[in-house]
Design a protein around this ligand. Sequence first.
Ligand code: CP3
Length: 364
Amino acid sequence: MSESALPANPYGLKNDRFIRALLREPIDCTPIWIMRQAGRYLPEYRATRAKAGSFMDLCRSAELACEVTLQPLERFDLDAAILFSDILTIPDAMGLGLTFTTGEGPVFARPLRSRHAIEQLPIPDPEIELRYVMDAVGTIRKALDGRVPLIGFSGSPWTLATYMVEGGSTKEFAHIKGLMYSDPASAHLLLDKLSTAVTDYLNAQVRRGAQTLMIFDTWGGVLSPDKYREFSLAYMQKIVNGLIRTHEGARIPVILFTKGGGQWAVDMADTGADGIGVDWTADMSQIRQQVGHRIALQGNLDPSVLYAPDAVIEQEVARVLHTFGHGTGHVFNLGHGIHQHVNPDKVATLVNAVHRLSRPYHQA
Ligand code: CP3
């Protein structure tokens, strides 16, 4: 029985498997989409990115962002589209000055290093400073024309704070963890501001046409259990509480993804989200035992499987499908983003294997 009184597909979607799986309604086979499905492993993405100039220029053009969002759907039988943008648009809109340098990843010109800087941070208005993202959402939703649902997204407050305080990517988390342990009040002030900014941003995406929301907590897994609950999960909970959950007669499912967060699946399910993303270090059969039927699971193939021969990919797909088992409530995905050196033909093998091999799991 559906937990929502609303129909899963009031939009007249041509393919609603993804939404139905998230709402635990019956489906014919397991839906699949791929984190970073629009990205550098696709030659056509690299061509559009070159045309745009820089990665941020690509994000700032609604037409080009729409073009790259649709590219993987042209090649593969995917069951969802994801907005082409980045999680770091919010810190950029807060004035930190984001650039992406080849080889180095994201860099902020003005990382946050003082209480004063945190106090001064503005909360962006998504329809003003982040209007380019909202325009991309609207353009993509229209271009999709009901083909598959559109996923909107944001980073989690903890993950955004990590980049903002470090000034870019890190392996040690020295500054952000230093702040958390030595000045927890300032860390909480920052996370609280980010929760407001993320809630506003996601709700604006829903108003512009996003049909599912996903929160990427890429770095929650570097925390100890008590600190995860206090500095990451508590703020995702706050966001979930503030999100628009139904829009124009449709339920808007929310997915939380903490990379490395398999051990906290029950706590994540308790937030009231509709789905949890699971990476490949966790066993989905154990997680399903813990959370039961109250929440959908998304995952969890190791992205490196895509370097293997087709027969191995099919074997691993079969294994992941088996770990989830029978019935609805599974959205197939990689456990993290697709690598840039993967051969696109491998993605076709993966997508077709998921659809074909999952059918027996959906027969009564
Ligand atoms: O999934 C999709 O297809 C949608 C687009 C998307 C991008 N980034 C595009 C992108 C999404 C959902 C993200 C989320 C994102 N961005 C996360 C969370 C998910 C995760 O991977 O853990 C994080 C941590 C970021 C921050 C980020 N953006 C980094 C660290 C980098 C540089 C490293 C890298 O992988 O290149 C980016 C750049 C980025 N974001 C690229 C793409 C396609 C590559 C940029 C390029 O074209 O050069």
